[in-house]
Write a protein that binds this ligand. Sequence first.
Ligand code: FNR
Length: 184
Amino acid sequence: MKIAAIVGSTRNDSYNLKLAKYIQSRYEDQFTLDILEIGQLPFYNQDIENDPPAEVTAFKESVKDADAVLWVTPEYNGTISGALKNAIDWLSRVDQVMIGKPSWIVGASMGALGTVKAQAHLRDILFAPGLSSPVLPANEVLIGSVHEKIDAEGNVIDEGTISFLDDTVNNVIPWLEKQTTVRN
Ligand code: FNR
């Protein structure tokens, strides 16, 4: 199984990027996680959507090739980041590569509620007709106070978080397999 990870923070030291890398390595025997770049994407503009810059085409191709998308979202001012919304807007247009492609969501923030608002918004956005992505129910991975749970090297140091991630992956794999069967 091949999963594309889209991380909503573009900063070098991002906890969400560290979380994506941790998931990539901890569950490498269960799926391949391809972490995609979104910081290089230009602002979505309808004038160029049919003949977009090469970065956009490559990004869409990577998503198209994946069996599923893992969204790793920070929370900016109570919602997803502008960079993430921009990437989603590109995916929603022309060849609409998200339609029918299953998604699961995780997120980490320094606040106590661990991206709960951003994740709720993201689920809603993924229901838009141009995206129409089935999202893994329940299994909400909300990592609050992340600065106390992921160390500088990117290790998750909180046992409760690790065990919740393990349970989620145990749930997501059969769910994704079912979604893939339905789509094919
Ligand atoms: C934040 N942060 C934040 N945290 C939160 O829990 N709820 C929020 O609404 C916000 N809003 C917010 C806005 C902006 C513009 C920034 C830069 C930050 C703090 C945020 O959780 C923290 O910076 C994380 O470290 C961001 O994720 P990455 O970049 O580490 O992946």
